[in-house]
Design a protein around this ligand. Structure first.
Ligand SMILES: Nc1ncnc2c1ncn2[C@@H]1O[C@H](COP(=O)(O)OP(=O)(O)O)[C@@H](O)[C@H]1O
Ligand SMILES: [Mg+2]
Length: 305
């Protein structure tokens, strides 16, 4: 549905915001672009939507080139921008009705009604937009993106600064759109959000796409479990027999850890602890923990820096 090849963006200031981005997004999938502030997420989305010009490289949406076939690609795309922009004096009803017109679509009051109801804005349909709360304005922006029935929907930090109930409404809505076959790209710096709704996760930092991977694969490939044994006394060097069993000495010299893949069916924890005892080490406490998507993400971004 989206194909990005060797995309690069250097702003007029000389700053390189995107550096050789290559990415394919399949029809009907939800891709979360995860990255810290300034990573280039908004720049990438803005280029695909035709708002910012690329410096080099190519992007197609639905097989159409975003520059040569701007009208075709734009008609396939819905964008919910990061910044709130709405017409203060208009009403939600007129705003959505007019939006369809902008895309050359025939009037469809039933569609406008459905979108307003889905977003819990129906009782505000005739109020001036400036009287709506921030959360309601954000819902309306989503409505604007949905009302022309896009095949590809971009959500740029859709839940930054919104309340919990709107965040959950949003996740529900994304799920419903996925069932309808809409392709969704969302950016977020909330890891829970990517974990909750994405099929694939792309990690972007400093203008580089560090990786794109199936969410479950990513978590099982990079996600490890560890058994941590806290010792009674500081240990200067790890006994050879423990090193041979796969233990490592922590930097604090007060604990040793054993890493294992979280899908390993049977780890001989009893045997591991037995070897610790045989080596004559006093054990203060033991725990196991599993690395979260958050730790994976932090590791990746740190490694790239
Ligand atoms: N018009 C511009 N001119 C110069 N630099 C820009 C411009 N827009 C964005 N940038 C810079 O490009 C980088 C990426 O910005 P952006 O795409 O908004 O990141 P993100 O959405 O991931 O926070 C930032 O360092 C930002 O300051
Ligand atoms: Mg942004």
């Amino acid at each position: 549905m989206i194909e990005i090849t060797n995309l690069r963006k250097q702003y007029a200031s000389g700053f390189v915001a995107l550096d050789d981005i290559n990415l394919k997004v399949n029809k009907g999938e939800i891709l979360a672009l995860l990255g810290p502030n300034g990573a280039g997420k908004t720049t990438l989305i803005s280029i695909i939507c035709g708002i910012v010009n690329p410096s080099s490289g190519a992007v197609t949406v639905g097989g159409f080139d975003i520059i040569k076939n701007y009208r075709q690609t734009r008609s396939l795309i819905g964008l919910v921008p990061q910044e709130l922009t709405t017409d203060a004096f208009e009403t939600p009803w007129n705003n959505l009705t007019f939006s369809r017109g902008l895309f050359g679509l025939p009037k469809n009051p039933q569609m406008v009604e459905k979108v307003l109801k889905d977003l819990s804005l129906w009782d505000k349909k005739d109020d001036r937009i400036m009287t709506l709360s921030g959360g309601m304005k954000r819902r309306l922006l989503i409505g604007k993106a949905l009302v022309h029935e896009p095949q590809v929907l971009f959500l740029d930090e859709p839940t930054a600064g919104v309340d919990v109930s709107l965040r959950q409404d949003m996740w529900r809505m994304v799920d419903e759109l996925r069932n309808q076959g809409v392709t969704i790209v969302l950016t977020t710096h909330y890891i829970e959000e990517a974990e909750a709704i994405a099929d694939r996760i792309g990690v972007i930092s400093g203008g580089k796409l560090l990786l794109v991977e199936d969410k479950k694969l990513l978590m099982s490939r990079m996600g490890q479990k560890q058994l941590k044994v806290e010792l009674m006394e500081r240990l200067d060097a790890l006994p050879t027999e423990l090193a041979e069993r796969g233990f490592m000495l922590n930097e604090d010299s007060l604990s040793i850890v054993y890493h294992y893949d979280k899908d390993t069916p049977e780890v001989d924890i009893a045997g591991l602890l037995q070897s610790v005892a045989s080596a004559g080490l006093g054990v203060k406490d033991i725990h196991t923990q599993q690395s979260s998507l958050e730790e994976i993400f932090v590791d990746l971004v740190e490694d790239a820096a």
